[in-house]
Design a protein around this ligand. Structure first.
Ligand code: HEC
Length: 208
């Protein structure tokens, strides 16, 4: 009997302590269970913990600071990341500026010139990419007779009259943004690869 009451008392004390420790007030932020789950030991790009003692009770750092101190006092706004220089423009992974023309700006796009030369190697790569991305609808030879094209319907014959003279910028734009019944491919094919496809279409498909 005595043991039961003893255990009961301990259990109740545990509960009372547990409940009491849920509080946070004034300068006391409350206790955290497994704080490594909330505080990144690594530097976070957009935030930093500036208190040098934060997490010092479990710290094994050689510099003697708290485990969670991850501050870079030289940066503004409490960020660890440096802000890019003003007017910085992002580049795509292949080093190009982002393509900013809107789908309806086809005429403007028609004036664009390919930034890469139509070397044999580029055209060979273009052929592979064309086979991957375009032949399903436009057919291996570009005549609009691809298998998937039968389902889509109305696929352009790239060797047909009006299409032969399409400027390279126009074709680039159509691949990037889509046109009519053809969907946009800009999110799937990086710009440089699109230009390779354009060279292949102009140099091989349309000159045969
Ligand atoms: C899902 C089928 C499909 C795929 C894939 C596709 N196209 Fe098309 N494409 C079409 C259809 C349909 C049209 C006709 C669009 C219209 O005028 O409605 C078209 C039109 C075109 C035109 C003519 C644009 C114009 O000004 O009328 C070009 C050039 C072209 N495609 C090139 C490509 C190239 C290059 C690829 C590969 C990156 C490709 N297409 C992938 C279906 C496709």
């Amino acid at each position: 009997m005595k043991i039961k009451r003893y255990l009961y008392t301990i259990a109740m004390a545990g509960v009372a302590f547990g409940v009491a420790s849920c509080g946070a007030s004034g300068d006391h932020p409350g206790y955290e269970y497994a704080p490594q789950m909330y505080n990144s030991v690594a530097y976070e790009p957009l935030s930093q913990i500036k208190n040098e003692d934060e997490g010092s009770w479990l710290s094994s750092r050689e510099d003697g600071k708290g485990e969670f101190f991850n501050s870079n006092p030289n940066n503004p706004h409490g960020m660890n990341m440096r802000e890019p220089v003003e007017n910085t423009v992002p580049r795509t992974r292949d080093g190009y500026l982002p393509y900013r023309l809107k789908a309806f700006e086809l005429e403007k796009a028609a004036e664009l010139k390919s930034p890469i030369e139509a070397t044999d190697e580029v055209i060979a790569e273009g052929r592979v990419l064309y086979t991957q991305y375009c032949a399903t609808c436009h057919g291996a030879g570009g005549e609009g007779d691809g298998k998937a094209g039968e389902v889509v319907g109305g696929v352009a014959n790239l060797k047909g009259g009006a299409y032969i003279d399409l400027p390279e910028g126009h074709i680039f734009h159509v691949i990037m943004k889509g046109k009519g019944r053809m969907g946009a491919h800009g999110s799937q094919i990086p710009q440089e690869r699109i230009w390779k496809i354009v060279h292949y279409v102009k140099q091989e498909i349309q000159k045969q």
